[in-house]
Design a protein around this ligand. Structure first.
Ligand code: AMP
Length: 116
């Protein structure tokens, strides 16, 4: 069994978080250290540690992460100006929390995707 992270507690509402969207497959909440005016994390309710652990069974939840991203971008008023979706995977990807999540960032002109 994969080890739970703080995100499971947020999904179950056992600890406080600024939840902006939740349904039966995914939960989205504001990042505690925002790196843009809008910085929301979209996570599957099921504990999937990394992209490397995704299976065909997870395709509905992974697809829902994208439709949730579109809805949240509209709610946040950044759909027209645009935004960036990022998924970090393991050490070289810079993943800190081992509960799969998508960063939704926007609300300003973002810089280069990778430092030169
Ligand atoms: P990553 O480096 O892709 O694993 O990103 C993990 C993100 O989770 C970071 O941007 C953190 O700021 C964020 N984070 C960690 N703990 C919390 C929390 N309790 N509530 C909201 N965001 C968090």
């Amino acid at each position: 069994m994969p080890t739970e992270t703080i995100f499971s507690k947020i999904i179950r509402k056992e600890i406080p978080a600024s939840i902006v969207y939740q349904d039966e497959l995914v939960t989205a909440f504001r990042d505690i250290h925002p790196q843009a005016p809008t910085h929301v994390l979209i996570v599957p309710n099921k504990l999937i540690p990394t992209v490397s652990d995704v299976t065909a069974e997870d395709e509905a939840a992974i697809g829902r992460m994208f439709t949730a991203a579109r809805k949240i971008a509209e709610q946040e008023g950044i759909a027209a100006s645009g935004y960036r979706l990022i998924v970090n995977c393991k050490q070289h990807g810079g993943q800190e929390v081992y509960h799969l999540h998508m960063h939704l960032l926007g609300g300003k002109q973002l810089g280069r995707m990778l430092p030169q």
